[in-house]
Design a protein around this ligand. Structure first.
Ligand SMILES: Nc1ncnc2c1ncn2[C@@H]1O[C@H](COP(=O)(O)OP(=O)(O)OP(=O)(O)O)[C@@H](O)[C@H]1O
Ligand SMILES: [Mg+2]
Length: 523
């Protein structure tokens, strides 16, 4: 349950993960950005409509025109409705594109995870993958939604409000931009603390998921040793860390709000003060004073919020970095894909094979030499941990390495795509892992899920499984349960063997898969 506390520090270059996330938006870029723009323009449109309304009412009042007041109200409704339609349409388009991008992101993430699951850093624990596909992907995909919307809304606000304020009065324009820049600088200070809090939160969250999945997968053992209390307690430190980080983030948000409020006050004081002075000294028309405070605070808060949105993007960026660690990992099946070379017979030779697991300190296999002629049955014997399982997995091509010194019927492993290489082997692993599917589906997986009923039955018969399957109430449609939990150890092994046999591969590789069988069926 050690935490993988790497990447905890904020790094400047991490912003690249923000842009990397947009690779999933690319196919839907047009509806996404058009919708985003429509959606984001609301922040400016509403204050703008209100300012135009109040200015026009004020003008009507000062020129004592009751029709002018009515017309202003009509104008307000017309502007409002004219704005609503593209706004709602924009939200719809943007959301649709965003949901598709999120789906694609998760699809790629899951695929990368399955591909690299053998020995990448994340494969050490299923909890890491569960956290990545759920929380990390969800947090990362926020870069598509609110912090970016916030950012755009406020950039649009700054542009349009500046035009309005500078057109009304240049002096007011400069004052507002100056206050806005102070706001931006203040909010910018929160980027680093927020990035760090978010990084640590995501790591702690992954650790929590790991802890839970660890406890669940060992539920039987925990009960057998009466360790329920201790197991339940092991969850608490991470949970407590999440609490601490949550409080820290809340505090940062409070400070962000505090500065935004202060900037807003300052803007109102300056715009009324300076505006009042300009009106009182006849340098500005009175009714324009109705427009300035609202437009000035749209402008200054625009700057403030851009800084804030940048800080708030740090959580999603931290998650995007975690997600890309999996997405960018080199696919185990990517190398030499598509090379389809046939072997000439099935004599296997291993020449000077050494093998080290990715994160291991020392080599698990050292200088192995082996010749196995075609049609021979060979057993490997060795102490526990001596590397028998490793050797078998290397031979059947589960690990991508240069120069493993493997050769099958004249075909070198280096020349073959791993997928092509694996076609030659049917493998029953030491744990006889089954999936939470029916017996039929589990066996059929040996042939890519395409085995016919007859083939399944024939394989089961050869694996001495047909008899006991026939006695089950639902026969071949019986569910195996999670990890094959509804079957006995020997039954699981027989099904795993049937799954290997149905592949009809030229070479059968058993990793102690008959240990739970009686001697009769072992033959
Ligand atoms: N995924 C892995 N990552 C790192 N090291 C591993 C991994 N799997 C096995 N090892 C290490 O490689 C060595 C060989 O393990 P292996 O499972 O091949 O032994 P074995 O001979 O099959 O043992 P047993 O008879 O108990 O099944 C051991 O020291 C083990 O700790
Ligand atoms: Mg083994």
């Amino acid at each position: 349950m050690n935490s993988s506390n790497q990447d905890i520090k904020y790094e400047k270059g991490d912003n690249k993960y923000f842009f990397k996330m947009f690779r999933f938006v690319r196919p839907y870029a047009l509806p996404y950005f058009f919708g985003k723009f429509m959606h984001s323009s609301q922040g400016f449109a509403l204050p703008f409509i209100l300012s135009v309304f109040s200015t026009s009412v004020m003008y009507a009042i000062t020129s004592r025109s009751i029709d002018g007041v009515y017309n202003s109200i009509l104008l307000l409704f017309a502007m409002f409705i004219g704005f609503m339609i593209p706004f709602i349409f924009g939200i719809y388009l943007n959301n649709m594109a965003e949901q598709r991008a999120i789906r694609d992101l998760k699809k790629h993430l899951f695929r990368s995870f399955v591909r690299n699951n053998l020995e990448s850093a994340t494969s050490k624990h299923s909890g890491e993958g569960i956290a990545a596909i759920n929380t990390d992907a969800d947090v990362a995909s926020q870069v598509y939604s609110w912090p970016l919307s916030d950012f755009l809304i406020n950039v649009i606000n700054i542009v349009f409000a500046s035009i309005v304020v500078f057109v009304v009065d240049v002096r007011m324009g400069f004052a507002a931009v100056f206050i806005g820049l102070i706001g931006f600088a203040l909010q910018r200070r929160f980027v680093e603390p927020l990035a760090n809090v978010n990084r640590r939160w995501l790591t702690a969250n992954a650790d929590t998921v790991k802890s839970v999945s660890n406890i669940f997968s060992g539920a039987m053992t925990i009960r057998a040793f009466n360790m329920q209390e201790k197991a339940a307690k092991s969850f608490e430190p991470q949970n407590d860390q999440l609490r601490q980080l949550g409080i820290k983030e809340g505090l940062i948000t409070a400070w962000q709000n505090f500065f935004s409020l202060k900037i807003n006050w300052l803007t109102l004081v300056v715009s009324f003060g300076l505006g009042g002075f300009l009106v009182a000294t006849d340098r500005m028309a009175f009714h324009l004073l109705m427009m300035l405070p609202l437009m000035c605070s749209t402008l200054t808060l625009g700057f403030d919020n851009v800084g804030r949105a940048y800080a708030n993007l740090q959580g999603p960026i931290a998650a995007a970095k975690r997600v890309h660690k999996i997405l960018d990992a080199r696919g185990a099946m990517s190398k030499k894909d598509g090379v389809q070379k046939d072997t000439n017979g099935y004599a296997l030779s291993v020449n000077g094979l050494s093998f080290k697991y990715m994160d291991a300190e020392s080599e698990a296999l050292q200088d192995i030499n082996l010749e196995i002629a075609e049609n021979k049955m060979v057993a490997l014997v060795g102490e526990s941990g001596s590397g028998k399982s490793t050797l078998l997995r290397v031979i059947i091509g589960l690990y991508e390495r240069e120069d493993l010194g493997l050769n099958l019927g004249g075909l070198s492993f280096n020349e073959s795509s791993t997928q092509n290489w694996r076609k030659n082997f049917a493998y029953v692993d030491q744990s006889c892992k089954l999936f939470d599917m029916t017996i039929k589906e589990n066996i059929s997986m040996g042939k890519g899920g395409k085995a016919t009923d007859d083939e399944i039955r024939a394989a089961a018969t050869r694996a001495a499984a047909d008899d006991f399957i026939g006695q089950l109430e639902e026969g071949y449609d019986t569910s195996c349960g999670e990890k094959g939990s509804s079957l006995s150890g020997g039954q699981k092994q027989r099904i795993a063997i049937a799954r290997a046999l149905v592949k009809k591969a030229p070479i059968l590789v058993f990793d102690e898969a008959t240990s739970a069988l009686d001697t009769q069926s072992e033959r």
